[in-house]
Design a protein around this ligand. Structure first.
Ligand code: PXG
Length: 291
């Protein structure tokens, strides 16, 4: 079905929502984005996503010509316009039209795009069976070159890792930082369980500080599961009792094979299943109402 797309203050039918070929988002990946979910008529963690979007924009000196409150209202309006209760929302701010040079000063009009659509998820059975993943040889960008805390339109680092996974017949790739410590996946954060404790790479390492990651940590603590934010190497992955990924699109999804090594019992572990259940309950309960 054709969707209505928000583009700089207007709602356009999907086919008419077009961006200039001179837009630096397209030419150089100069821009920022967010992926957000709505569940049962409520937008999950909307304020947190908007805050992260504004921080990403600030970091690249991109001025969003709306306040956070105004942008929130546009997101809700886009969902209403499309009659959506359950949705995947893509918020994109690009540098806008310029000339063929890099200079962002020549792009006076940032473009604001909001796409709201139905979400395509991993098949249900994978939430039982778990994913088979590989460790990519492509390392995560270093912060002194391009800080991965910026959720920018430049995702080639992640796409190169994803390609490696695809070529090896896996659906996802784990990325290490330059020092060989586990960072995250191409669009998800990573957790392991060992001896009843939940461990995830700390936020100072080269990861996007996932909003789902924060929710998972909060849920685990409430369930009195000990949580450690600590760096670890692939050895800890291979020898973990459970492993799962967290992200807005995938939510919580178990990992049951890493580089051919079976993790735990080769299916979703106990703590993973508990957190999956608690997470789903929370998404039904919390959020900014659309209607
Ligand atoms: N790491 C990276 C590199 C990401 O891009 C996450 C972790 C998880 O963060 P949240 O806040 O979502 O828990 C992301 C998420 C998608 C998609 O549609 C998701 C992301 C990026 C691109 C596509 O699956 N970001």
């Amino acid at each position: 079905m054709e969707q209505w797309v928000y583009l700089n203050g207007e709602y356009l039918p999907q086919r008419e929502a077009k961006i200039s070929v001179f837009d630096h988002g397209f030419l150089y990946g100069d821009g920022v984005f967010e992926g957000i979910r709505a569940y049962e008529g409520k937008v999950f963690k909307l304020k947190e996503h908007l805050q992260r979007l504004f921080n990403s924009a600030k970091a690249i000196s991109l001025n969003i010509p709306l306040s956070q409150q105004e942008l929130q209202e546009k997101v809700l309006e886009t969902l209403r316009k499309n009659n959506l209760k359950n949705a995947y929302i893509r918020l994109v701010i690009s540098r806008g039209e310029g000339d063929l040079g890099l200079d962002p000063r020549k792009c006076p009009h940032p473009q604001i795009i909001i796409i709201a659509d139905k979400i395509i998820l991993y098949p249900d059975e994978l939430y039982e069976k778990g994913l088979e993943v590989v460790i990519a040889s492509t390392r995560r960008n270093i912060p002194s070159a391009l800080d991965v805390k910026i959720k920018s339109l430049n995702y080639l680092n992640n796409i190169l890792a994803k390609l490696e996974a695809n070529l090896k017949g896996a659906s996802e790739a784990i990325m290490l930082n330059q020092d060989g410590y586990v960072a995250e996946c191409t669009g998800d954060n990573i957790f392991i369980v060992k001896g009843g404790e939940l461990i995830t790479p700390p936020s100072w390492i080269e990861i996007l500080k996932g909003i789902t990651r924060d929710v998972v940590i909060g849920l685990a603590k409430r369930e009195r599961i000990r949580v450690r934010e600590e760096s670890f190497t692939p050895f800890s992955l291979y020898t973990s009792d459970e492993c799962f990924l967290s992200g807005t699109a995938a939510e919580i999804i178990p990992v049951t094979k890493i580089d051919g090594r079976v993790i735990g019992e080769g299916k979703a572990g106990k703590i993973t299943r508990l957190l999956m259940r608690k997470f789903r309950q929370l998404t039904k309960k919390e959020g900014v109402p659309i209607y």
